[in-house]
Design a protein around this ligand. Structure first.
Ligand code: AMP
Ligand code: MG
Length: 351
């Protein structure tokens, strides 16, 4: 048996598979894979154990179709013919409500809950602030020599447009209205997990019993790998420190693992790293941790929590994790790590 380790610089988790070729189970299921490299700005790799290749291909196609549809709807940078998406909502800020799909309403209702649950740490109405950081980061990545930081006054002015209560959702008529001109939504903190959860639910509905979806390093699982005596998918947690490699190996069966890290998207000014997770209190990249990995039964929750726990002080994050029964590893800015009791149950190295 050979270990097959897929590493990616973007990747927060590493899927550890016990066979390099398709394995088989007592149920006569064999392992199949499909990869799509252009969804939500990242890749999606679907692994499933099915009786036939045809069964797998059909399932993978439906899962990719679902994710493509959600990708277009949750896009804040591009509009598409025939649909109103999040960019359409942002374009009509301060002008009028926009009619949208049930999937957008659901995501924004979840975003409002996330705002309350995280006491404002995860704020999808922070788009005006996040877009300033986004623009400086993109420019700084293109021209590292002349990279600069946003002006604090500009950030403070944008913050005035980040009030979640200005996001008006009409669930009955399915409209969304941003009531202040120039305000905008950014769902980057939770949309990928929310979509991944829909994808794995669909996998179950169409009859799969054993499936893992690696969504740009965020992982969702359904059942266990149907191979030998394995009861869990083995998923590695990427080490966010300069040493690289992986910090730990997790055993998952039906849960999702999501990581927020300072190494995932960043630029440098005067040799200091400025990453993409912004503390709404300081309007600066959050500084306490290098990475936080959260394992929860729902991927949307895991995604929301990973961003929240990356921003919140350790004690507050610890309490929030308990509330959701989530397993968490925090890697502090100095490279040391702490885990909670739920995490120890699924960890190989932190017992
Ligand atoms: P994640 O990798 O899930 O932690 O999400 C990071 C992404 O969420 C960033 O790229 C931004 O699009 C967005 N984001 C950053 N900071 C916040 C915040 N405080 N609240 C809501 N969204 C944020
Ligand atoms: Mg997140």
């Amino acid at each position: 048996m050979q270990k097959n380790i897929f590493l990616s610089i973007l990747c927060a988790v590493i899927i550890l598979s016990s066979c390099s070729t398709a394995g088989s189970s007592s149920k006569n299921l064999s392992r199949h894979k499909a990869i799509n490299t252009d969804l939500f700005g990242t890749y999606v790799e679907i692994t499933a154990y099915t009786a036939t290749t045809e069964e797998f291909d059909l399932a993978a196609e439906q899962i990719i179709d679902l994710l493509e549809n959600l990708d277009r709807q949750y896009d804040i940078y591009t509009e598409y013919d025939g649909i109103n998406n999040l960019k359409t909502i942002n374009n009509f800020a301060g002008i009028r409500p926009v009619a949208v799909s049930g999937e957008i309403i659901e995501l924004l209702v979840f975003s409002k809950q996330a705002f309350v649950e995280t006491e404002g740490a995860v704020n999808t109405a922070l788009g005006s602030v996040l877009s300033i950081w986004h623009n400086y980061r993109e420019t700084g990545m293109e021209n590292p020599e002349s990279a600069t930081l946003p002006d604090m006054n500009e950030l403070i002015a944008a913050q005035l447009l980040s009030d979640m209560s200005d996001v008006i959702i009409d669930e009955v008529n399915k409209t969304v209205f941003l009531s202040k001109p120039d305000m905008s939504l950014d769902v980057g903190a939770l949309a990928k997990g929310f979509a991944a959860e829909k994808a794995i639910k669909l996998a179950g509905e169409i009859g799969l019993t054993s499936c893992l979806i690696d969504f740009g390093g965020n992982v969702v699982t359904l059942g266990k790998p149907e191979e030998g005596n394995r009861n869990h998918w083995k998923v590695g947690v990427q080490n966010p420190t300069d040493i690289g490699g992986y910090l730990d190996i997790l055993s998952l069966n039906g849960q999702s693992a999501v990581t927020s890290g300072d190494y995932q998207r960043y630029y440098e000014v005067d040799s200091v790293r400025y990453h993409h997770i912004i503390n709404p209190g300081t309007l600066m990249p959050s500084s306490g941790f290098k990475a936080v990995t959260v394992v929860a039964s729902d991927s949307g929750i895991a995604d929301m929590l990973s961003t929240a726990l990356f921003i919140l002080p350790f004690d507050e994050g610890e309490r929030l994790a308990v509330k959701y029964g989530a397993a968490v590893i925090w890697v502090f800015a100095d490279g040391t790590a702490r885990v909670n009791s739920e995490y120890r149950k699924i960890s190989q190295y932190f017992k």
